[in-house]
Write a protein that binds this ligand. Structure first.
Ligand code: FA5
Length: 351
C-alpha cells in the first residue's frame, strides 16, 4: 500500500465508521461497529501497520491523519453510547411513572393476636404492682425443667407433663420446656433477692388437643421472693390480678393441689364465662382452671442459689390462652391457632 492509497482508505473508513455508529441501535451494535472500524482486522489497522514502510514525510502525514480519524471515531462512539444510556434511563423513568391521581388502595389494618393482647395485659397488671419482666429459652434440659424444680427421677409427677424431647446427639436430654417454671431457677441464678418477676413464654406438651388443651400454649410465670412472704401475700396478689383481669363479676376459687416445686400448692379456677358455673361443654364442671401456684419449695430456693432460711416466696404459672378464652368468650382454644383471619380481625382495636 502506498501513502495515497492509505489516505484514501482512512477517509473511506472515517465515513463508513460514522455511518455504522449512527445506525447502531443497541450497545452490542456499537461494540460491533467499533471492532469493524478500529479492531485488529479493520482496514484502519492495516494502514497503521504499513506506516513503517513509508518514507519519513509520508509516515508523519499519514500518521497524523490516522490519529485524527481514530480520535473522531472514538468520540462518535462515546457520544452514541452516552445517547443510548440517556435514552435507557428515560425509558426506565417512564416505566416507573406514578399516576398520583389514581384512587389509593385501602390498607387492611392488622391486629394483635388475642394471646398477645392478653399476655401484654397480664404483664402490665403485674408491672404496675412493681414486677419486672424476665425471659428464658424454649429448649431446656432435664435439670432446669424438672430436677431443679424438685421432680425426682422417675417420679410420677413427671408424667403430669407429656414431654417433647429434642434430638440433638451432641446434647442428650434436651427438651421443649413443658412450663415456664424453669425460668424461676434461671432468674434466681442471675439476680439477687428480693425478686419480683413475671416471665411470659411459650410451652410445649405432647397433649391430646381439645377445647381447653393445646400442644403449644403460653404461660406467664410469676415469682416473688423476699423476706417474710406468706401464703396470704400469694392469695392477695392473685385476687388483685383476677379483679384487674376479669372485673369483679367473675368468681375465683383456690383449690389445694400438688406441684413438686411448691409447698403448699394451689390451683386457681375462674367461673366459666359461658355457663356462669352451671357446667357446660367448654368447662365441664362450671370452672376453668387458669393457673397453678404455691409457696416456693426450699429445695427450689436452694437450686436457685438462695438461702431458704432467710427467704420465702411464692410462684404461679398462668395459662395465657385460657385467660384469653375467658376474657373474650372464645369457646375453643384451637380457634386461637387456626389462623382464620375473620376470627383474628374481631380483635382489631381490642387493646
Ligand atoms: C404448671 O405448668 C406449673 N408450672 C404452674 C406453677 C407455677 C405452679 C408456679 C406452681 C408454681 P399446670 O400444668 O397446671 O402447671 O399449668 C398451668 C396453667 O397452664 C394451667 O392452669 C393452664 O391454664 C395452662 N395450661 C396447662 N396445660 C395447657 C394446655 N395443654 N393448653 C393450654 N393451657 C394449658
Amino acid at each position: 500500500m502506498d501513502p495515497q492509497e492509505a489516505l484514501a482508505i482512512l477517509e473511506r473508513e472515517r465515513a463508513r465508521g460514522f455511518d455504522l455508529v449512527v445506525r447502531a441501535e443497541t450497545p452490542e451494535a456499537i461494540r460491533d461497529a467499533e471492532i469493524a472500524v478500529l479492531g485488529r482486522k479493520a482496514p484502519y489497522s492495516e494502514v497503521q501497520r504499513s506506516l513503517g514502510s513509508f518514507g519519513e514525510e509520508d509516515r508523519k502525514a499519514v500518521g497524523r491523519v490516522a490519529n485524527e480519524v481514530r480520535g473522531a471515531l472514538e468520540a462518535a462512539i462515546e457520544a452514541r453510547r452516552a445517547e443510548m444510556a440517556a435514552a435507557e434511563e428515560a425509558r426506565l423513568l417512564e416505566a416507573d411513572r406514578v399516576d398520583v391521581t389514581l384512587p389509593g388502595r385501602r390498607l387492611r389494618p392488622g391486629s394483635l393476636h388475642p394471646v398477645t393482647i392478653v399476655e401484654r395485659q397480664v404483664v402490665e397488671i403485674f408491672t404496675r404492682m412493681g414486677y419486672r419482666v424476665a425471659e428464658g429459652p424454649e429448649i431446656e434440659d432435664d435439670w432446669y425443667n424438672y430436677a431443679s424444680l424438685n421432680f425426682p427421677p422417675d417420679h410420677p409427677a413427671r408424667s403430669m407433663h407429656d414431654t417433647l424431647y429434642v434430638d440433638v446427639p451432641a446434647h442428650p436430654g434436651l427438651l421443649l420446656r413443658t412450663h415456664t417454671s424453669p425460668v424461676q431457677i434461671r432468674t434466681m441464678q442471675a439476680q439477687e433477692p428480693p425478686l419480683y418477676v413475671v416471665i411470659p413464654g411459650r410451652c410445649y406438651r405432647h397433649e391430646e388437643v381439645d377445647p381447653t388443651h393445646l400442644a403449644v400454649f403460653h404461660q406467664v410465670e410469676g415469682l416473688a421472693i423476699d423476706e417474710g412472704l406468706s401464703f396470704s401475700d400469694l392469695k392477695g396478689t392473685l385476687e388483685a390480678f383476677a379483679r384487674a383481669m376479669f372485673g369483679p363479676g367473675q368468681q375465683v376459687r383456690l383449690n389445694p393441689t400438688y406441684f413438686p416445686f411448691v409447698e403448699p400448692g394451689a390451683e386457681v379456677e375462674v367461673s366459666c364465662f359461658k355457663c356462669g358455673g352451671e357446667g357446660c361443654r367448654v368447662c365441664g364442671n362450671g370452672w376453668i382452671e387458669i393457673l397453678g401456684a404455691g409457696m416456693v419449695h426450699p429445695v427450689v430456693l436452694e437450686a436457685g442459689g438462695y438461702d431458704p432460711e432467710r427467704y420465702t416466696g411464692f410462684a404461679f404459672g398462668l395459662g395465657t390462652d385460657r385467660v384469653a378464652m375467658l376474657r373474650y368468650g372464645i369457646p375453643d382454644l384451637r380457634m386461637l391457632q387456626d389462623g382464620d383471619v375473620r376470627f383474628l380481625e374481631a380483635f382489631a382495636g381490642a387493646i
